[in-house]
Design a protein around this ligand. Structure first.
Ligand SMILES: [Zn+2]
Length: 130
């Protein structure tokens, strides 16, 4: 069983590492001595998109009918992009921990926005049919 688990983990690692969704630079894919299949920013984004989708589904943190919350989540979704632009424009290296956190903030907001959009679309469809 242990061999199968290790083989599946290796296969999953290779699959994620081969996807064209990240630059996969080794120096950007290591945090606290742990190698990741994606860079720290992308790891934060993709993992927290799932967290944002699930948490918003249950707790309705982001609602497309509330402009203030919607604006907050849209602004939060831009944090990783703004940090990456600042990194390029000013030639700074904030480190992988900052990249992970800004990616997580953006990913969470993107997931919440997706969830809010899906539930808003679903309720709009229900109004038309009833
Ligand atoms: Zn990446």
């Amino acid at each position: 069983m242990k061999i199968y688990t290790a083989h599946a983990a290796s296969w999953l690692w290779d699959l994620i590492h081969s996807l064209p969704i990240c630059h996969h630079l080794p120096e950007r894919s290591r945090i606290f001595g742990i190698d990741l299949p994606l860079c720290c920013r992308c790891s934060g984004i993709y993992f927290f998109i799932i967290a944002g989708l699930v948490l918003n589904h249950f707790f309705r943190l982001c609602d497309i009918r509330r402009a203030g919350r919607l604006a907050f989540f849209i602004a939060l979704s831009l944090v990783a992009g703004a940090e990456a632009c600042a990194e390029i424009a000013f030639g700074i290296d904030p480190g992988n921990v900052v990249r992970l956190f800004t990616g997580a903030a953006s990913g969470f907001a993107i997931g919440a926005l997706l969830s809010a959009g899906i539930s808003g679309f679903r309720s709009a469809c229900n109004k038309k049919t009833s």
